[in-house]
Design a protein around this ligand. Structure first.
Ligand SMILES: [Cu+2]
Length: 156
């Protein structure tokens, strides 16, 4: 009796199917959690809006804010088409009519940019080299405020 009991205890029980596949289930859960984590961490970068650009045109990044245009001076070539990749992070409550504007009658610019948005403005640069004034009329004092002005230099 005693001998029998001892012998039985010495034999390891055969692992059940569940015990055999348990490491694989664990690995699958780890991979799943890491995948979701990576998506949440990097999805923001992948989905970041990028203004559409047309092949063969120069794209210039321009930000409008309470400080005016950034950069405050841009250079373009006369007679070319450029794309202004224009964006703002400002909320509508700070802007007259909920927009920033970009105005230069001499250059044929009269554009509006809704709050917290980004848009691509295709602009045919006039064939008249020189330095021109551009301003925002819809915030922070508009044309009367020096910081609301930018400079566009048209090179021959
Ligand atoms: Cu503005």
């Amino acid at each position: 009796m005693t001998t029998r009991t001892t012998r039985r205890a010495a034999v390891a029980p055969r692992p059940s199917t569940l015990q055999k596949i348990r490491p694989f289930i664990f690995a699958a859960v780890v991979v799943g959690v890491l995948t979701v984590g990576a998506y949440l961490a990097f999805g923001d970068f992948l989905n970041r809006p990028v203004a559409a650009t047309t092949a063969g045109t120069t794209t210039i990044d321009v930000q409008s804010s309470m400080a005016g245009f950034t950069p405050s001076e841009i250079k373009v070539k006369a007679g070319t088409t450029v794309t202004l990749d224009w964006w703002t992070q400002d909320a509508a409550v700070h802007l007259q009519g909920g927009v920033h504007t970009m105005i230069s009658p001499e250059l044929g610019l009269n554009e509006a940019l809704p709050a917290e948005s980004r848009r691509a403005v295709a602009w045919q640069v006039p064939n008249k080299p020189g330095t021109y004034d551009v301003w925002c009329e819809s915030c922070c004092g508009g044309k009367e405020a020096p910081q609301m002005h930018g400079k566009i230099v048209i090179e021959a």
